[in-house]
Design a protein around this ligand. Structure first.
Ligand SMILES: [Zn+2]
Length: 416
């Protein structure tokens, strides 16, 4: 089994001064044959007090803002040099101690520590982010100078004796979380089987849309559970923030949405009216509760993205009717021309996004038409239950449930 890096963090936050103090114990598992150093990035205004380990010869913090990532724009570089080389499979514990301010981040406006709300994550790395951006587990104890803050994060997030704990057990590249005293009472919740859904908001003007999201999420989850089968016990949070810029994002069990009074169009929302866009965005992200098992960095990601997108279109068919569904399908069909094949798709290809989100769903639509809705749901259910995470096994399952001709036809579509 692959060993994941882990962060064990004690974080204290002073919202009045936009200030944080952090002690991080980072465990790194070496995946290279042999390394002599490690490179990290951290938000530019955080000051490193110390970095300790029983295998450190020296470390350097550069003060200049590093240009290394298209979405992390205000970080600086930390280089750690080992006293003896680290070999494949070996681990090292590194203790970081740092503090500083994270005001509203200039370029994206996504992250901040303010009295109204706190939003921290990878965009202005509040934790030492390793250059290879490996997935990691996070255990974060948070305490606040004023203690009426309510924290919303990934996976398991709960109050403790002196603050909050985020126990992010699903390895992920980021540990994003939000906190606000408004979350204490500005919330709706619903439950579908073992899945708990909560919708949080800050401004009272978002009360109506939060309620609507609560209803939509309940509806969508119900229909997915009945079609694709049960999922493990978990909680799922949707947060509506009153910021205009920066856009939304999602993390395991967490969806963050910006001010929805403004038109926020990402590619996810293509070709749709404002109201159906919100429905679609939520449905797509919730579908990932079923479709997230394949490797995100290769073409196998179509088993995540094309499946999530088509599941979402199915829920539009259930909720808004066949006519709206067919309208969207027609637009997707039109836009899936001249796209590269899904099989062995290069993720760097400029058309990769449309191939996964537009063309992939159309292939699934055509397959559903060919084998019928019932068999199609059965196929998706089997893929989910058997934790199928690659195309070869998917095709085997298709062959098992249908016939050679159907499988071969689908395979050739994946190749063209
Ligand atoms: Zn997705």
């Amino acid at each position: 089994m692959e060993k994941y890096n882990s962060y064990n963090v004690n974080l204290s936050i002073d919202t009045i001064n936009s200030f944080l103090k952090s002690k991080v114990n980072f465990t790194y598992y070496c995946k290279e044959e042999k390394i002599n150093s490690l490179r990290f990035f951290i938000y530019k205004d955080l000051n490193i007090k110390s970095i300790k380990s029983n295998n450190i010869a020296d470390y350097r913090v550069k003060e200049k803002i590093a240009k290394w990532s298209p979405f992390i724009k205000e970080s600086k570089e930390i280089n750690i040099y080992f006293s003896k080389p680290l070999l494949k499979g070996e681990k090292v514990d590194i203790k970081f101690n740092y503090s500083g301010q994270i005001k509203k981040v200039n370029n994206s406006a996504i992250n901040r520590i303010s009295e109204k709300w706190i939003e921290l994550g990878i965009y202005s790395p509040w934790f030492p982010l390793i250059e290879s951006i490996d997935k990691a587990c996070f255990k974060v104890n948070i305490s606040f100078k004023k203690d009426d803050y309510f924290v919303v994060g990934s996976n398991i997030t709960k109050p403790t004796e002196n603050g909050w704990l985020i126990d992010q057990k699903i390895p992920f590249i980021d540990c994003s979380f939000l906190a606000s005293k408004y979350f204490n009472y500005n919330q709706f919740k619903n439950k579908v089987k073992e899945v708990n859904v909560q919708v949080f908001y800050i401004n009272t003007s978002h009360n109506k849309i939060a309620k609507e999201f609560n209803d939509i999420s309940h509806n969508v989850l119900n229909s997915f559970v009945s079609k694709f089968g049960d999922i493990k016990k978990q909680s799922f949070s949707i947060v509506i923030l009153p910021r205009e810029n920066g856009g939304g994002y999602n993390r395991p069990g967490l969806i963050v949405l910006p001010n929805l009074s403004k038109e926020n169009s990402t590619n996810h929302f293509k070709y749709l009216s404002a109201k159906i866009k919100n429905f679609k965005y939520l449905a797509h992200e919730m579908a990932h509760l079923w479709w997230s098992k394949a490797d995100m960095t290769t073409y196998e990601d179509w088993l995540n993205e094309s499946f999530a997108e088509y599941s979402c279109l199915i829920s539009i068919r259930d909720y808004y009717g066949k006519e709206r569904f067919e309208e969207i399908i027609a637009k997707y069909k039109e836009n899936s021309k001249d796209l590269p094949p899904i099989l062995n798709l290069n993720r760097e290809d400029e058309k990769a996004f449309d191939t996964l989100y537009v063309k992939g769903p159309i292939l699934l639509y055509e397959l559903e038409k060919e084998i019928g809705e019932r068999m199609f749901n059965n196929l998706l259910c089997e893929i989910h239950m058997n934790e199928i995470n690659n195309t070869e096994e998917f095709l085997n399952k298709l062959l098992e449930l249908t016939n050679k001709e159907t499988m071969k036809k689908f395979k050739s579509k994946l190749k063209s």
